[in-house]
Design a protein around this ligand. Structure first.
Ligand code: ADP
Length: 160
């Protein structure tokens, strides 16, 4: 059985993430979407909210995909899930350096875990969770860029 993990902050999940999940899920028997913390940035949504939004957005998707919150080292968590593949999405050259460094680091510490990259769909190349938050914060429409549940949660958050 081929199992992979797709880790990220998902603060909040966008249609760019969903596209990567859909495409990755066709390559594996099981895909764990892992919602984690990024020590470099404080999140807008709690871990609970981020997991809930992903679960809601994926409820009509393949039963081979599941969403979990995780803490600690990704490599340890991947091993616990008996997964030897880490999936990441790539948008532009600007993603490359960060992703390259992480993939190298992970290989150094777990030689049997491979990182694979899925290129963004053209339509979503410019899409990031931070851009979405910026648009929503200033009252713009994020329709078509995020799942409906995220649109709703963003409205609630920035109305306050
Ligand atoms: P992290 O803080 O770990 O980078 P993110 O939630 O920002 O978490 O991103 C998770 C993964 O999804 C990363 O590999 C990122 O490059 C990828 N990703 C984010 N947005 C898109 C998009 N629009 N298209 C393709 N991949 C994306």
């Amino acid at each position: 059985m081929k199992t992979a993990v797709y880790p990220g902050t998902f603060d909040p999940v966008t249609n760019g993430h969903i596209d990567i999940i859909e495409r990755a899920s066709k390559l594996f028997d099981r895909l764990y979407v892992l919602v984690g913390e990024n020590p470099q940035k404080e999140t807008t949504f709690t871990a609970e909210d981020r997991v809930e939004m992903l679960k809601n957005a994926l409820k009509k998707h393949s039963s081979r995909v599941s969403v979990e919150h995780f803490e600690g080292l990704l490599l340890d968590y991947a091993k616990k899930k008996r997964s030897n593949v880490i999936v990441r999405g790539l948008r532009a050259i600007s993603d490359f350096e960060y992703e390259f460094q992480r993939a190298q680091f992970n290989r150094e510490f777990a030689k049997d875990i491979e990182t694979i990259f899925i290129m963004t769909k053209d339509d979503y190349a410019f899409l990031s969770s931070s851009i979405i938050k910026e648009i929503a914060m200033f009252g713009g429409s994020v329709k078509g860029f995020v799942p409906e549940i995220v649109e709703k949660k963003l409205k609630e958050k920035f109305r306050k």
